[in-house]
Design a binder for this molecule. Structure first.
Ligand code: SF4
Length: 360
């Protein structure tokens, strides 16, 4: 454990238990502490009616200037889509960085879309976050705090429902921040906490090859989603500059090996961009590329940004038809939350633009 204060939110169950025992507190108190931190998300642990040994440990170790802290980010903005099914939150972290978290409802099931970094180093040309550049990785505690934030909102608006799914598809490239993301997902999937099943957690990457390999080596239980966006080296690298480092051929080989070694399916995300990657010919090439890979393709029209626009429903359906005829399982998702700037980084970018206009 490092010397600087650490967020209790980002500590795994087994690690916290080891800390308590090393401090001379019986592990019997662990469930009470974990439940208060992770299940109920108390921020003021000193006010919880723990048994004396745990109360003493909390008093000595948790709080301002002590070994551990627990805090949730401040919500600086909240907007809802007109159908009320998508809610987007701008959250301000302790150092002033602002990130986005989204809560989506589909057929009565709730999914949180989390950010893994402030900004992003990958620079995808159609993405508002990519255009901001990289600021810093989020800590595991900051990633878990987003889950706690939406769980609190859900508890108030739908007390009979729980958070069912998590997707790491907000701001940032999750596999660039591998250790913190995996740690955070280990925490939120723990049955005594938020208890989101590992197979209901999707970690999305734009093709960070070394850490796809690491997920396979470690037999990570989380679902892998790979954003392809291009069916040739040229098409992909014009949209995803990072693919000059790990090209399409290397990425597809890595995905093939991942499926073979883990026996798991990969979800391929395809952001459908009008006039860029939405032709039937591109769909045929994509089908060829994915031959022999246990896959499912999610086709999602782009939320308009940065001069790029999403394809029409007709274009998406045609793309889906070509894939299906080639035997590739796929889903065409209608664009959701367009009126709440739901594409990653869009709300923050809008906010920055507004502020610079006001300050000009
Ligand atoms: S699409 Fe994802 S990986 Fe690409 S720049 Fe945006 S946040 Fe980063």
């Amino acid at each position: 454990m490092s010397e600087s204060p650490v967020s209790l939110l980002g500590i795994r169950f087994s690690e916290l238990q080891e800390i308590l025992v090393a401090d001379g507190v019986s592990s019997h108190h662990m469930r009470a502490l974990w439940g208060a931190v992770q299940r109920i998300a108390f921020t003021d642990l000193a006010s919880v009616d723990f048994l004396p040994p745990l109360r003493k440990w909390v008093h000595e170790n948790v709080g301002s200037g002590k070994r551990f802290f627990i805090d949730l980010p401040e919500q600086s903005e909240e907007i809802h889509s007109s159908d009320g099914l998508t809610r987007k939150y701008l959250l301000r972290l302790t150092d002033g960085q602002v990130i986005e978290t989204v809560l989506m409802e589909y057929k009565g099931r709730f999914t949180a879309c989390l950010s893994s970094q402030a900004g992003c180093a990958m620079g995808c040309v159609f993405c508002a976050t990519g255009q901001m550049g990289f600021v810093r990785h989020l800590t595991a505690g900051e990633i878990v705090a987003q889950v706690q934030h939406v769980r609190r909102i859900l508890a108030a608006s739908h007390p009979d429902r729980r958070l069912r799914n998590i997707v790491l598809m907000g701001m940032g490239e999750p596999l660039h921040n591998y250790d913190s993301v995996m740690r955070a997902m280990d925490v939120v999937s723990h049955p005594a906490g938020a208890s989101v099943g590992a197979n209901h957690i999707a970690i999305s990457t734009v093709g960070y090859v070394p850490h796809i390999l690491r997920m396979a080596e470690e037999n990570s239980p989380y679902r892998l989603a790979v954003s392809l966006h291009g069916s040739t080296e040229e098409e992909r690298s014009s949209l995803v500059p990072m693919s000059k480092k790990w090209n399409l051929e290397t990425l597809i080989d890595t995905c093939r090996n991942y499926c073979r070694d883990t026996g798991r399916r990969i979800f391929f995300e395809w952001t459908l961009i009008k006039g860029e990657n939405d032709s039937p010919e591109t769909a045929s090439r994509l089908a060829k590329l994915l031959e022999g890979i246990e896959s499912h393709v999610n086709i999602i029209p782009l939320n308009p940004t940065n001069g790029y626009d999403g394809s029409s429903s007709k274009g998406g359906e045609e793309f889906q038809r070509v894939l299906r005829e080639a035997g590739i399982p796929c889903t065409f998702r209608q664009r959701r939350g367009i009126d709440v700037a739901a594409g990653c980084g869009m709300l923050k970018a809008q906010k920055l633009r507004k502020n610079s206009t006001v300050n000009a």
